[in-house]
Design a protein around this ligand. Structure first.
Ligand code: GDP
Ligand code: MG
Length: 299
C-alpha cells in the first residue's frame, strides 16, 4: 500500500470463558483501570460490560461477560444469553481458561466456537500458578478441542505476556472507523451502574454461601453536589432471613460493606461520597421477568 497514513482499526473483542478464570481481571488489565468487579467467587459478573480502549490507530471494544453456566433460574438464563450474544457479534473472540477448568468444558459452547469464521484466541490464564508441564498439557488439550484457535499464555493478574497479546489483538482487528466518537468514554454503562457493582462486590466478599447470589443492588438516588456525591442504594434480598444476615448484629455487617464500598466509590468517582444502604426483601426476584428487566437484566 502506498498510503502513508496507517489505516484505522476497530472492532468488538469479546471475552468469554468459565466462571472465575479471570475474564474481568483481563479486561481491567487491558483498560488499566478496575472497571469490572472481580472476586474469588464464581458468577461475580452478571452483565455484559463493554470497555473501550482507544489508541492512535485503533479502538478496541472489549466485552466482559458472565461465566458460562448451566442456568438454574431466570437470571442465570439471561447471564448465559449474554455469553451467546458475545459469541455471535464478536470480530475477535477471546476464550479464556485457567487450566483447572479443562474438566468443565461446555460442549455446546465449544461447538458454537468451532463454527465461527472470525479469529479465536484461546488464552490460558493464571500461568503464574502452574508448572510448565501442566501448561503444556493444557495446550495439547486445547489444540485438539479448538483446532482453529491461536493459543496464548498469560497471567492477567501479574501482567505476563499482556503487551504481546494486545499487539496480536490489534493486528487481528478489522479495518474500520471507530464505533464510538467519544474517546474519553470507557464503557457503555453509567456511573450509577458501576457504583451498584462496587457495592455488590463488597457483598460478595463479606458474605458466604447463598447470600451473594440472592442479592441485587439498585441505586435510588445519585446526586452530585458541590463537594460530595450523595448516593442512596437499596440491596434487595429474596427472604427476610437474608435481610437479617445482611444487616448483622447491631448493623455491624452492613456498616462494614458500606465503609468498604464508600472508599472504592470515592476513588472511582473522584469525589467525596455519602452512601446510604437499605435492605429490602423482594421475594424470588431472580425468577421474576418484570423485576429482572427493571434491575437491568435484559433478555
Ligand atoms: P471471572 O469470573 O472470569 O471474571 O474472574 P475474575 O476476573 O473475577 O477473577 C477470579 C479470581 O481469579 C480473582 O480472585 C482474581 O484475582 C484471580 N485471577 C485472575 N487472573 C489471575 C492470574 O493471572 N493469576 C492468578 N493467580 N489469579 C488470577
Ligand atoms: Mg467476571
Amino acid at each position: 500500500m502506498n498510503n502513508d497514513k496507517q489505516s484505522f482499526k476497530s472492532g468488538f473483542v469479546n471475552i468469554i470463558g468459565n466462571p472465575n478464570v479471570g475474564k474481568s481481571t483481563l479486561m481491567n488489565a487491558f483498560l488499566g483501570t478496575k472497571l469490572s468487579i472481580t472476586t474469588p467467587k464464581v458468577q461475580t459478573t452478571r452483565h455484559r460490560i463493554l470497555g473501550m480502549l482507544n489508541g492512535e490507530n485503533y479502538q478496541i471494544i472489549f466485552s466482559d461477560t458472565p461465566g458460562i453456566l448451566n442456568p438454574k433460574y431466570e437470571m442465570q438464563k439471561r447471564m448465559l444469553n449474554y455469553v451467546f450474544s458475545a459469541i455471535e457479534d464478536a470480530d475477535l473472540l477471546l476464550y479464556l481458561t485457567d487450566i483447572d477448568d479443562i474438566k468443565k468444558v461446555n460442549e455446546n459452547i465449544i461447538s458454537r466456537i468451532n463454527k465461527l469464521s472470525i479469529p479465536v484466541l484461546l488464552i490460558i490464564n493464571k500461568i503464574d500458578l502452574h508448572k510448565t508441564s501442566e501448561i503444556e498439557a493444557a495446550e495439547l488439550f486445547w489444540k485438539k478441542t479448538l483446532p482453529q484457535a491461536e493459543i496464548h499464555k498469560i497471567s492477567a493478574l501479574r501482567g505476563d505476556n499482556l503487551p504481546e497479546l494486545l499487539n496480536r489483538i490489534i493486528e487481528l482487528l478489522p479495518e474500520h472507523p471507530p464505533y464510538y466518537d467519544d474517546t474519553d468514554a470507557i464503557s457503555d454503562k453509567t456511573e450509577r451502574f458501576f457504583v451498584a457493582e462496587i457495592i455488590r462486590e463488597k457483598i460478595f466478599l463479606n458474605y458466604r454461601q447463598e447470600i451473594p447470589y440472592s442479592v441485587d443492588v439498585q441505586i435510588e438516588e445519585f446526586k452530585e453536589k458541590e463537594d460530595i456525591t450523595v448516593i442512596k442504594a437499596v440491596i434487595y434480598v429474596m427472604h427476610h432471613s437474608q435481610k437479617v444476615i445482611l444487616i448483622g448484629k447491631n448493623g455491624t455487617a452492613i456498616k462494614k460493606v458500606g465503609m468498604e464500598a464508600r472508599k472504592d466509590i470515592e476513588a472511582f468517582l473522584g469525589t467525596k461520597v455519602f452512601l446510604e444502604l437499605r435492605v429490602k426483601v423482594k421475594e424470588n426476584w431472580r425468577n421474576n421477568p418484570n423485576i429482572l428487566k427493571k434491575f437491568g437484566y435484559g433478555e
